[in-house]
Ligand binder design. Structure first.
Ligand code: DGL
Length: 264
């Protein structure tokens, strides 16, 4: 019989963006089995109401629990900032969330101006407001909603004139306000880093929380004594998408994973 340690780490996102988190977790914890849900049919979550986002998160969680997930990584800022409390209150397994890394950005900024690019759902959430209120009062946050970016990334479009047009529209006003740290507040956006780098000046640091999420996942697995401690050469990594799997396959092409289409 499988022990809890053999059970997979579950991940979900509104689509393919959370694979940026999965990659960090897999790098740090290569012996762990994983299962990932890309709810691309319902992407973007960022434009939906809080109630609708919670509904999607509950549905995703039930599927991951049915597959015996021992811990769930909510690999989506929008889902975390709107639903993580509901999930933690309802279920007993641990949940790891991701939210825009404002605190780390506040520790590196010298101009005291931080840019945050995220979805509407994240920026309007109570959790985002609370986190923003908790940093030093002399630090200014210049936030922009990345309208349209998730739709393009879901289609596999990460470098194009359309992407550059939108990025310039969101990033130029931040640069005018003299930011020196740019927080990527959506797990889809790390795939835009080469495009973002071409637009912003070199003095601006890009901050994303992917590796911090991986470290936190490791810490919580150890705390609950459910880490896979034995060397495991036969790990399984299952990716389920309820839409086209082409883009997912392209993003994960160097990894030994199984990518399947599934109704959910
Ligand atoms: N990856 C999700 C996030 O981190 C994308 C949100 C969306 O689907 O709008 O916020």
């Amino acid at each position: 019989m499988n022990s809890t340690k053999d059970n997979p780490i579950g991940f979900f996102d509104s689509g393919i963006g959370g694979t940026s988190i999965w990659k960090e977790v897999h790098k740090l914890l290569p012996n762990e089995n994983t299962i990932y849900l890309a709810d691309s049919k319902n992407a973007p979550y960022g434009d939906k109401t809080k109630d609708r986002i919670i509904e999607y998160c509950l549905k995703n969680t039930e599927i991951l629990l049915n597959q015996n997930s021992k811990i769930i990584v909510v690999a989506c800022n929008t889902a975390t900032t709107n639903a993580i409390k509901v999930l933690r209150d309802k279920y007993t397994i641990p949940f790891i969330g991701i939210e825009p890394a404002i605190k780390p950005a506040s520790l590196v900024t010298k101009t005291n101006n931080i840019g945050v690019l995220a979805t509407k759902g994240t920026i309007q959430s109570d959790l985002f407001e609370k986190t923003s209120a908790n940093i030093k009062s002399d630090i200014k946050i210049i936030e922009k909603v990345g309208y349209g970016l998730v739709d393009l990334i879901e289609k596999g479009n990460v470098e194009s004139e359309d992407i550059d047009f939108l990025l310039k529209k969101y990033l130029n006003p931040m640069m005018k306000k003299n930011i020196d740290a740019l927080v990527l507040g959506c797990t889809h956006y790390p795939y835009l880093i080469p495009s973002i780098r071409r637009i912003i000046t070199n003095d601006i640091k890009i901050i994303d929380a992917g590796s911090a999420v991986a470290k936190q996942t490791k810490k919580i697995l150890e705390k609950f004594k459910i880490s896979q401690t034995k060397e495991n050469c036969n790990t399984t990594h299952k990716f389920y998408s309820n839409k086209d799997i082409k883009v997912l396959s392209r993003l994960l092409n160097n990894n030994c994973v199984e990518i399947l289409n599934k109704e959910f």
